[in-house]
Design a protein around this ligand. Structure first.
Ligand code: ATP
Ligand code: MG
Length: 421
């Protein structure tokens, strides 16, 4: 599953923006164009589902800074629209009064709008609508099937309550019969009406909505601080990689103890860092873990993580984040900062490859990254004459296509600031 479309209204430096996303997205653009703000939007979505709307707003600097400060103070509605496409077939079969019915998930649309009160720092949810596109098939006794086509199951905020229903021809069956958790979910939402969003409901973790809930909650925004994995890690840490990379030793130990994963890991690492012969994770004082690296120049000698180069640590963490972490969406701000230009193309290739399993979004200033990313994956962020951030796809700009036909490289257009014409 991945976010295939995004519409933004009044979020940080954005006023209104609509954009299609792909599985691999490379954000480029001048300083202060709005790249980091766009990445913050994904963090905002994640924070809503992890900590609730109130905390998520606070983590963005409160009402004042969530909205675009350049708009008049009366313009205080922040809105977001997301479309999710399902890639792998996913569905359930249920016994109903008309026979066995299968519901296959196709997509989700989620839209919400929040009205901010700037005087007393409160907010009021004015729109909250989640729709799951479901394809229904009936299995009859004689092995025949009947295709009902696609029907939308929706949860929608009305004035004083939430409504849950099918927008379809599937009238013979009530939504509650197929999805028995819906009444409790409705009750939960009605109790917190206008203060929380559908996505905060605990019952969202049931079919068919659990996929969108899982996606939002597990968006990972990595920002590795290479000083942290250099120190020893406490044994009792999370098994999944922390966004700052501090528990790298724990995660490495898990990967290296699994023969298949170990082989895959060394293949990937050696493609970028051929000097690495072996990695070991050692425990000491029954409390700490540290990893050590053996280089091909000094066989049999292991160097502790505190003496390993920043770039090496960064690349190891990056490979784990993109290939070994079971997360639906991974975001990296300027990942090329610590990587030699020659390796950037390899890292970009890895990301493109890994994006068949997870959505990857990066920002970059690096011409090598721009050159290797494929023009279709580039998103150019810039400020318009009113100071609002805008998003364009260079691949869709006619004049850029003409330049490229004349064999002027995309990185050359980028370096010369000619991408937006
Ligand atoms: N709430 C807001 N309303 C309006 N503008 C904002 C708001 N918050 C931040 N900005 C503007 O967004 C700009 C920063 O954008 P951002 O950090 O996304 O840039 P960037 O493209 O990541 O740049 P860099 O390449 O330098 O990292 C700030 O200069 C500020 O003017
Ligand atoms: Mg930035």
């Amino acid at each position: 599953m991945y976010i295939s479309q995004l519409s933004i209204s009044n979020f940080k430096s954005f006023h209104r923006a609509n954009i299609k996303l792909r599985k691999f997205n490379v954000l480029i653009g001048a300083n202060a164009a709005g790249k980091s703000n766009l990445l913050q939007l994904f963090k905002f979505i994640r924070d809503i589902s992890q900590f609730g709307l109130e905390n998520a707003i606070s983590l963005q600097g409160g009402n004042e800074y969530l909205r675009n400060i350049n708009l008049k103070r009366g313009n205080n509605i922040v809105g977001l629209g997301l479309k999710f496409d399902i890639l792998k077939e996913y569905g359930i079969k249920r016994n109903t009064k008309i026979g066995i019915l299968e519901a296959k998930l196709k997509n989700f649309y989620y839209t919400f709008k929040i009205k901010l009160n700037l005087k007393n720092n409160t907010y009021y949810v004015i729109k909250d609508e989640l729709t799951a596109g479901l394809h229904f098939i009936e299995y009859k006794k004689d092995n025949k099937t009947f295709d009902y086509g696609t029907a939308n199951l929706y949860i929608n905020l009305l004035k004083n309550s939430y409504e849950i229903n099918f927008k379809s021809k599937l009238k013979k069956i009530e939504a509650n019969e197929l999805f028995p958790t819906l009444p409790d979910m409705q009750k939960f939402l009605n109790e917190r009406i206008h203060k929380s969003l559908i996505i905060e409901s605990p019952l969202i973790y049931t079919f068919p909505f659990e996929k969108i809930a899982y996606f939002m909650k597990n968006i990972s925004m990595y920002d590795f601080d290479t000083r942290l994995p250099k120190k020893a890690t406490q044994f009792l840490g999370k098994a999944e990689l922390e966004e700052n990379g501090e528990n790298l030793a724990i995660v490495l130990r898990k990967i290296l103890s699994d023969i298949e994963k170990r082989r895959a890991f060394f293949n990937l690492v050696n493609n970028v860092l051929p000097l690495i012969e072996n990695i070991e994770v050692k425990s000491f004082l029954d409390k700490y873990l540290q990893f050590l690296i053996e280089e091909s120049f000094a066989k049999g000698q292991f160097i502790p993580s505190s003496m390993i180069s920043d770039g090496t640590i960064f690349i190891i963490a990056l490979i784990i984040a993109i290939y070994f972490e079971n997360k639906p969406c991974a975001i990296f701000e300027e990942p090329e900062r610590r990587i030699h230009p020659y390796l950037i193309s390899k890292i970009i290739d890895m990301m493109r490859d890994a994006s068949s399993n997870k959505q990857i979004i990066i920002s970059t200033h690096n011409p090598e990254a721009v050159k290797h990313a494929d023009i279709e994956n580039l998103l150019l962020i810039s400020r318009n004459e009113r100071g609002f951030s805008t998003i364009d796809r260079p691949a869709e700009i006619e004049q850029i296509k003409v330049f490229l036909k004349n064999e002027i490289g995309i990185e050359e257009l980028y370096v010369n600031n000619l991408l937006k014409l």
